[in-house]
Each structure stands twice: as structure tokens, then as C-alpha cells.
Design a protein around this ligand. Sequence first.
Ligand SMILES: Nc1nc2c(ncn2[C@@H]2O[C@H](COP(=O)(O)OP(=O)(O)OP(=O)(O)O)[C@@H](O)[C@H]2O)c(=O)[nH]1
Ligand SMILES: [Mg+2]
Length: 576
Amino acid sequence: METPVPLMPAPLCLVCNDNGTLSLNPEALAVLRGVTQPVVVVAIAGLYRTGKSFLMNRLAQKRTGFPLGPTVWAETKGIWMWCRPHPRQSGVALVLLDTEGLGDPRKDDDQSDAWIFTLALLLSSTLVYNSIGTIDQQALETLRLVTELTEHVRVRAEDTDSTPEFVRVFPNFIWTVRDFTLQLQVGGQPMTEDEYLEEVLRLQHGNGPKVQQRNELRRCLRTFFPKRKLFVMERPAADMALARLEELQEDELQPGFRQQVDTFCQHIWEKAPVKELPGGHKVTGTALAYLAEKYVAAIASGAIPCVESAVMALARAENTAAVEAAVVEYQQGMEQGLELPTASRDVLAAVHQECEQRAIKLFLSRSFNDKEHQYHAELMRKLEAAKKEFCRRNEEASEQRCRALLQELWGNAERRLQKGDYMVPGGAQLFKEDLKRVLEEYKQRPNKGVKAEAVLEQFLQERQELEQMLKMKDLQLELAEQQQEAAKARAEAAKQAVKAEMEEQRRSLEEHQRQMQERLLEQQRIYWMEHIRVLEHNMKEREALLKEGYAREAATMQRQIDKLQRDVDNQPCIIL
Ligand SMILES: Nc1nc2c(ncn2[C@@H]2O[C@H](COP(=O)(O)OP(=O)(O)OP(=O)(O)O)[C@@H](O)[C@H]2O)c(=O)[nH]1
Ligand SMILES: [Mg+2]
């Protein structure tokens, strides 16, 4: 059964900012770890006091939640988190991250703004940048952090400049403009919000340092965030009512605002993607908590957070857990599916095959980045050992049952032996008949299991002393004959078992290989799609730059395209 998203009646502070020192709140971290579903993570960032928390409460479908604060002073500190069941998708959680407003003049350190923005960017799958009024120079200036991201994010540990790689790991970008009053038009023609955004991001001509600086920001936004959207919203209520927005009834909000905010929320609920790692692995709340720990620890130690290092550490933890979970799945399946002793080895083998298949599937669905197949090999070893243990238990159960059965069937004969019934004339014949009856009855009884022949052979061997006791030639012959037959049957059964075992190992290997192959093909497909997406984006960007008359910038982009193409030629399957 699906575990529900842990109930979070109100948001919790996830990343605390204590005068520029960032740390994680263990309580919030524990809640996030408990979210075992994949997560859609929406983070909001932007200037302080611009209605960010209010907008996040709309996404949570709650009037109150993230505190707003009616004063001019910044309200939200650090990063606040609210995990909610996803309003559209079952089995997925919606994680809302509300961040501290940027540019608060009362803050003495300017570094925490950059780190909080970086964390919002690295943890989210959709980043909402919120500004008020119109997309003016100030709104763009606040985003200057984007041009400094090289100093705050590494994609691979060995990168000196990670910028060409950002596009692979960055979230979708949504710009929300609040209190927007302008008409969306160019030359008298109406334009869409997205067209307006592209217009704003168009490079400007001129060589002055100011133009260069602004163009640099535009270029960064265009290249880092290929998926971008704009939503404009009018003022939600009359000035007087703004300070108590949380108390207003829905119909007291401006109808235009209501409609615009609804369109925004619908877009997030319908389109915002589940957070994925490079290679397409879906991030759960548990994994997100792990990443948050790694990134915050890197920042706290004065290092630059590195996506690849965090993902590799996460992969190690997840893959170890995936092996354990797959072994448990196998063991539980075997316990439920088997009744020991099984009638034959084939019965055990059939249940084993089914459980093994399920275990590999579970492992592959959870594991990722297992480039050397190290964890897969560990799983194979553990499943083999677990199977051996079930075989041993099966043999033991069969032995016990067969011994008990022979003891029961031999009871009568044993009593006669004690009484000396076989030592009198005609006793040998009587013994022969009794033995025959016991053997026939033993053969008839079902569910003796895989040790039926071996136990019988041993039983007959143990009866050898009777030959001496009874001193009967024909009886000796009889016993020897029966014993030989039992030994033959046991040897045949052992031969069959070896053959079956070899066959089983071959099949098991094939099953592992089949599922691995499928997984490999799927990973290659995802890798190619990612690569093609980046290539297409860069080519589109190069075209646009050429069209806008920026030959030098277009040439830089061409170099990136060439490098991507070389990567394709050299390494057909790279999984970050
Ligand atoms: N003008 C205007 N005010 C708004 C809007 N949305 C919310 N407010 C009001 O603006 C004030 C700040 O709102 P918050 O949602 O706390 O803004 P914030 O961006 O989270 O603020 P910080 O956490 O301090 O950065 C509150 O009084 C809100 O009622 C809006 O769209 N336009
Ligand atoms: Mg706030």
C-alpha cells in the first residue's frame, strides 16, 4: 500500500539562517526524510516583501501557512518547507520551498542571499522568481546572482567552469510579476506573457560596460534556463486591504488577480515536473533531504556545493538501501510462497525465479549510477546466498519429515523385533513382509521432499545390524537389494539436482542480464534525450544570437555545441 505524505499542518523552517550561518533544522529534515514518494519541488525566490509567501500559500491551497507579516521588514528567514499531497498526481508529493527575501537592507552579510538562492536552485525542480511592478532594471539586477553562479555551484568536481553544464541540472524557471499594470503589447499588437519575457531577455546593442553587464545576465538566463515562463498578476486587493490579505474572503480579491493566480497554480499543478537527477532518476523526499544535507554541509565548510559529488554520495546510500530492500523482498516472497519441504526442487526453483525477478526489478527501480555494476553484483551474491539458505532449510525440513515418517511406519516392526517375533521359525518371512509394507507405504506417502531417497538409504543402512541378529541369508540379500535400490535412486536424484542447479544458475544469470540490459537501454535513451535537449537548446540559442546580430556570442555557443558533439562521439553512454 502507498504510504501517505506525512501530515504537515504548517510549514517548517528547513534551512535556518543565523546571521549568515546556514544550518538545517533536524525536525524539518526528519519530516522530509519520511516523504518516500517522488517529489515535485517548487521554490520561490525574489526581493523581500514582494508577496512570495502569499503566492506559496495559494499553491498549498491554504489561506494561511507561510507567514506573511504586515510590516515593511522582511518576514521569511532562511528556507521554509511545506510538504503537501500533490493536488493532481497520486503517489507524488508537492514540496514548497519559500525563501528569505533577497536584498533586505537590514542584512549585514550579502553572502547568505547568494547561498539561499543557490540552495533554492539546487533543490527545486521549478524555480519561481518573483518581482513586483514590471520587469525593470531593478528586477533584473536582483537576478544578478545568476551571473555569479559559477562561484556557487559546481556540476562536476573537476570543473573549473561549470556554466555549460548548468542546463543539465537546473530547474525550470518561472518569473512571476506582481502588481502588473501594463498592457502586453508591441507596436499595438498584443503579445503573450512568454513573448514579453523573451523580449526582456533579448540582448541589447552597445559596447558600454553597463550594456555588457546586462547582456551577460540575459545570456545567463537564456542559456541556463531553456524552459522558462512568465506569469503576470495584477494587485490582489485595494491598498488598504493588502496588509490583511490572509483574512480576505476569496470574493474580496480582485477577479483579475484571482484568475491570473489560478492560471499560475494550475500550470504548476499540471506541468511542474518531478525532480530528477541527471540520468532521469526520480528524487524522493528522502533523497532530497540527503541532498540538502550535502549542499548545506559544503556551504558551511566554506566549499562550493558540487552536484556530482552530492549525487554520487546519494547513489551510494540509495544503492546500498536498494540491495537491502531487494533482498528483503526476495526473502519475504520466498517465505510466503514456499511451504517447506517442497515436493521437489523444481517447486522451490519456480518460486525462487519469481521472487528473484521481483527483487531485481525492485533493485533496478531504486538504484542509479551503479556504473561499475558493483551493487548489482552484490545483490546477485546476496540472492544466491539467500537461495542456498532456503535450499538448506528445505533439505532439513525434508529430512525431518522423512525420518519421522519412517519411524512411524517402522513402529510395528520395531515392536515385533523387541518381542522376538522375527527370531522364531517363519519369522524371516514375516520380517520380509513387514519391510515390504513399510517401503511401499513410504513410497506412497506424499510431500516427503527432496531428501526422500537419501533418508531411506540411510535408514536401511542403519538396519544392517539386523542381518547379523537374524542371521538369515535371504534376509541379508533382501536388505542389500533394497539398499542398493535406494542408493541408486539417491544418486539419480543427486545427479538431477546438480543438473537443475546448473540450469538454474544459467537462467538466473540470464534474468539478471535481461533486466540489466533493459535498464541500460533505458538509461542510454534518457542520456541521449538529455543530450539532444541540450544540443537543441544551444543550437536554438546560437540561431537567436546570430539573428540578433551577436556573432561573437554565437561563436562561443558554437564551441559548446562542438564540444557536446565530440562528447557524443567519444562516449556513447555517459551517466553523470
Ligand atoms: N502589493 C502587493 N502586496 C502583496 C501581494 N501579495 C501579498 N502582498 C502583501 O505584501 C506583504 C508581504 O507579503 P509576503 O507574502 O509576506 O511577502 P514575501 O515576499 O514573502 O516577504 P518576505 O518574506 O519578507 O521576503 C503582505 O502584507 C501581503 O499581504 C501582491 O501581489 N501585491
Ligand atoms: Mg515571505
